[in-house]
Design a protein around this ligand. Structure first.
Ligand code: 5GP
Ligand code: MG
Length: 213
């Protein structure tokens, strides 16, 4: 996939990411984002299978119990929208926005940007859905916050799990895939705001993020 895009747009001396002083920008010559991908870790077919499996687990866990899927923006928007369409039982949908990465690849301060309305949390069974469980700080803090705001129950569902990076003890009840300790993009996951639209999960070429230092 990435190699096809590369041969169609041959720019060996000016790779799309190598020329960017501050990560990918709109001045990237309009080259396809596929150019910046080193390897594909999960392709579209694998992702579909992983989501089908998680959706069955979630369906079994919540059958006969009302629940709300809380999508953690922005990263989980692609996963959450595919996931809910594979869950055939009644559910409600809410959103919360949390960002912990800024423009880099190291986990930083967590900012909670907004919460669902109080009425969407209090007394509800919540399933927090996030793109990736890394250090665990984001989800453990969000779970605590939801409980503090009166949620009846809070469980978590992640698209990717990087257990080797955990800084606080945390386990998600549901997860689609485990990944090694490397920075991944695509299927909702970004680097400096870009690459969320890749339909697969991949690792970026080193020069895409090292150039920024
Ligand atoms: P945690 O709080 O668990 O360290 O981090 C969770 C958040 O960090 C994720 O929701 C995601 O935004 C970001 N993150 C962690 N690892 C990666 C990664 O490999 N790639 C991308 N794009 N974001 C990541
Ligand atoms: Mg996130």
């Amino acid at each position: 996939m990435a190699s096809g895009a590369r041969s169609k747009y041959p720019v060996p001396l000016a790779p799309a990411c190598g020329d960017r002083p501050a990560g990918p920008t709109s001045e990237n010559l309009g080259l396809p984002v596929h150019q910046d991908v080193e390897t594909i870790l999960f392709d579209e077919a694998q992702i579909r299978l992983g989501i089908d499996r998680v959706a069955s687990e979630v369906t079994a866990a919540y059958r006969g119990r009302p629940f709300t899927v809380v999508s953690v923006l922005k990263g989980s928007c692609v996963f959450a929208s595919d996931l809910i369409r594979r869950i055939p039982i009644p559910l409600e949908l809410a959103f919360v926005s949390a960002s912990s990465y800024g423009d880099g690849t190291q986990s930083g301060q967590l900012h909670l940007n907004f919460f669902p309305a109080e009425s969407e949390i209090a007394g509800r069974n919540l399933l927090l859905v996030d793109d990736i469980l890394d250090t665990g700080r984001t989800l453990s803090r969000l779970v605590g916050e939801m409980k503090r705001r009166g949620a009846a129950e809070v469980r978590t569902c992640v698209f990717l799990d990087k257990p080797s990076r955990r800084a606080v003890p945390f386990q998600a009840e549901f997860r689609a895939f485990e990944v090694a300790d490397l920075f991944v993009v695509g299927y909702g996951l970004d680097f400096a705001g870009h690459y969320r639209n890749l339909p697969y999960v991949g690792a970026l070429k080193r020069e895409c993020y090292e150039k920024r230092a």
